[in-house]
Write a protein that binds this ligand. Sequence first.
Ligand code: ACM
Ligand code: ZN
Length: 549
Amino acid sequence: MKKIFILVAAAALFASCCQTEKTTLDIVPYPNNVELKCGSFTAAGAEFHYSAEIEPLAVDLIEAFAAQLSMVTSKESTIAQGVSDKGFVFVQNPEIAAEAYTLKVSENAAVVEASSLRGFNYAIQTIKQMLPVEVFGKAAAADKEWTLPCVKINDAPRFGYRGLHMDVSRHFFDMDEVKRYLDIMEVHKLNTLHWHITDDQGWRLEIKKYPRLTEVGAVRKQTLVGHLFDSEVYDGTPYGEGCYFTQDQVREILDYAAGKGITVIPEIDLPGHMLAALAAYPELGCTGGPYDVWGKWGVADDVLCVGKEKTMQFLEDVLTEVCELFPAEYVHIGGDECPKVRWEKCPHCQAKIAELGLKDDDRFQAEHYLQGYVTSRMEKFLASKGKKLIGWDEILEGEVADNAIVMSWRGTAGGIKAAKMGHDAIMTPNSFFYLDYYQSLDTAKEPLAIGGYLPVETCYSYEPYAENMTDEEKAHILGVQANLWTEYIATNEHLEYMLLPRMAALSEVQWCQPQTKSWERFLDSADDFCAIYDVAGYNYSKRIFDVRG
Ligand code: ACM
Ligand code: ZN
């Protein structure tokens, strides 16, 4: 199955010692330094050894890999604490950076050195991709050749933030589906799940102080059929009863993610995208309602009334529970698509504008500065809990909260502007990484999507640094993320179809240094990474094979 990518000159050199043409491995994201050597290591039945200092969660990963290898090879791999000069050997090396690892495979041993769970896990993911693809499956495949090529790999990610977004509000994805999403992230060496867990169409996180958020706010009466641009038909069927995560379930997800080295950042989108909360607590709106959990998509005019202190108290109460639940250093507060039409007419909001002395100027309205006041208050509140605020790039409109991190979604400009202003930024441009967009021009053959056109090659082509950036500005680009909104995605099968293989392209943008990135090498390895999806049972778009022709 492992296929060959030929670099003619290097192959000739290599062939002189090994009688083989193979000069690159079929791995995504591709490791940053690979030196293939002659010979191979027998993985089937190999002993596992690990140094005593390795943290228990990383030992769990090593043990799980040994058990999986034993199952697929039908040869038992024993596992023991302590290092050795043969077998799989995992060595704690504090000199190695947190997410980096080295892998040295000789005929006797496959030695991994790392300093953290993430480093060990990324080494295991690399090793798995060097083995027959059946290692990702659930069935024994004893007849395969369970060897690793001798190699020296020195690997580390380009960006520290390697994210993927999941929208469980518009359509709900349950515990097993979230875990599967995390499994797919692990294969591609992503380290952050951005969990979009509240929106107009459903509030899906238990908040103990406000039980109606999930009793009322999780359920919409009906859902739009077809596309927002050309349909006014609703299905007449309630959606979302019981579709939320209890705090215990969230803890289970967090443990599952932590076991893979994945951080989960919750997003409580505010002060817009709040109709589900308003349906539950109408007194938090400017008009007092009544409001319905929204059955259609788009941007709703009804938003939180931020002129009322009661609303600010609500937000701080919710964020208090969120901060207690999620250990991540970041909390995302949304901030996108917040129309100002209600605030313009609301006596509470206008009184707050007057109290704060906010004025229209030649750049923004007073109401934009009112949103800036909300963001700044949330930023200070989160800081008091030891957390940093992330917001969508609309938070650049008005005064930007001091330490806010900007998530650039309306193209790349917001992120670049933020970096130039000295703010950290995460690049999630819709022009490259909105995976709810079509991935083929033959839309008649595709499931209904929100619009757009983002083929895998466009995703792959993204370069996060703008040409005119200084090193200091570049350092503010924390990393890259793809967003997958689920207005038009109701099933897990469809979700995976939109995700894969564009996520493989994402992973190379996040992981590979520019000199390691190669569209030709990536395309050539499509058989291999798609074989992983086949064996693991993940749905994916096959269009990448048309690109290759
Ligand atoms: C967004 O897509 N509204 C962040
Ligand atoms: Zn108001």
